[in-house]
Design a binder for this molecule. Structure first.
Ligand code: ZN
Length: 392
């Protein structure tokens, strides 16, 4: 293929990755040693392994793993990453000399990798709730935690002030989950997001146990608690939202909240089936995230989402048929989820001669992007560096 053909291929938007924990890439391979006889190797045992992986990280090592993760993202077709960041402090829970040292290490890595980043510092306070009281954080969780919501918001203030002078770095806010954050923190975080026009993210309803715990503590689902706390809204993204009632779907729909599906991670962790068809029918916007980074490939996430939807509907009428351009829709919803507005980021030049899409009419490209494409079709990973052939 001549170079000129690569310069003339169609352009598509780079994908927005709305949900990443960069350091979890370090768990690849090792976290798959699962005992075939154990019925309890699940999300919760994986979480114990994650606490172990995070225990040794300092800001320099965070930068190293994040650079590997983000370099892979940029090459695979992501243009922006929303980093849901909760490893704030030293292993014993004391803040670093610069309390935002970890966040800044992540931002630096993204910029070096050629990715825009939206830092989503996540509030975290407790190990859960049991017998009428907050559970103290376990030793593996100390470095995630703040003593009160004011201390957390103060650090977000400082991070925002720093990011103002950093091109390519924006800041949103997150509550880790209703498990890790007491209900009394949710309203102040939502109000802070509102006051400063920030996007707000939260994990919810990834696993059935989380619903049982929330029911015992609050008598409702996590999404209902978020609604009561003023946390839902068009600038809010609920991550996972897998185990949802029809009432939960309605709450998300009427508040215009975005949901983030993380298909390859949710599959890897055995989370269940993201109810894509129910969200489609309710008009809820869906964005995608690479989450644990067990896979970094927006084409695969898009295809997984589409084929999951088809399996759920027991037909070929999944998300793509309704959308016509699922990739474009996920990119636009992702930009909204990260508060990127009209500047969603770079575009990708497509090499129509790549073996996976060779012979496909350009008019059919949107359909191919959600069914048979792969990162190798990207002809120019970074227009900033001028058009050049992607090595594949
Ligand atoms: Zn997550």
């Amino acid at each position: 293929m001549s170079d000129s053909a690569h310069l003339s291929g169609p352009l598509i938007p780079a994908m927005a990755n709305v949900h990443s924990h960069a350091f979890q890439r370090d768990m690849r391979g090792a976290a798959e040693r699962i005992s075939a006889r154990s019925a309890s190797d699940d999300f919760w045992s994986w979480r114990q392994a994650m606490f172990a992986a995070v225990a040794a990280l300092d800001p320099e090592q965070m930068h190293t793993v994040a650079l590997a993760t983000y370099t892979e993202m940029a090459a695979a077709g992501y243009g922006t990453v929303g980093e849901f960041h909760y490893v704030h402090h030293q292993p014993d829970g004391r803040p670093y000399e610069d309390p935002n040292a970890m966040a800044k290490a992540l931002a630096q890595a993204a910029l070096e990798a050629g990715l825009q980043i939206v830092l989503l510092p996540a509030a975290y306070h407790r190990g859960g709730f049991s017998d009428g009281a907050d559970l103290a954080p376990g030793p593996g969780q100390l470095r995630f935690c703040d003593p009160d919501v004011e201390v957390f918001l103060e650090r977000v203030d400082q991070l925002r002030a720093w990011a103002d002078s950093q091109a390519g770095v924006q800041v949103g806010i997150a509550a880790h989950s209703v498990r890790a954050v007491p209900a009394s923190w949710l309203a102040p975080i939502a109000q802070y997001a509102q006051a400063h026009s920030l996007v707000a993210h939260v994990h919810a309803q990834e696993q059935p146990r989380e619903l049982a715990e929330c029911r015992a503590e609050h008598g409702c689902t996590p999404i209902e608690l978020l609604e009561r706390s003023g946390f839902l809204g068009p600038r809010t993204t609920v991550v996972h939202a897998i185990h949802v009632s029809d009432a939960d779907v309605n709450r998300l729909a009427r508040s215009r909240t975005i949901v983030a599906a993380c298909p390859t991670t949710e599959a890897n962790l055995g989370d269940g089936f993201f109810p894509a068809i129910r969200y489609r029918d309710a008009g809820v916007r869906i964005a995608i995230g690479s989450d644990s980074n067990v896979r970094i490939d927006p084409f695969e996430e898009t295809r997984e989402l589409e084929t999951l939807a088809r399996r759920l509907s027991v037909s070929r009428n999944g998300l793509l048929a309704a959308s016509g351009d699922l990739w474009g829709e996920l990119a636009a919803n992702g930009a909204a989820s990260l508060g990127l507005g009209a500047a969603p980021g770079r575009e990708l030049r497509i090499d129509m001669s790549h073996p996976s899409i060779r012979g496909i009419a350009e008019a059919d490209l949107p359909y191919a992007l959600a069914t048979c494409a792969q990162p190798g079709i990207i002809a120019t990973p970074s227009p900033a560096g001028g058009p050049h052939r992607h090595e594949h």
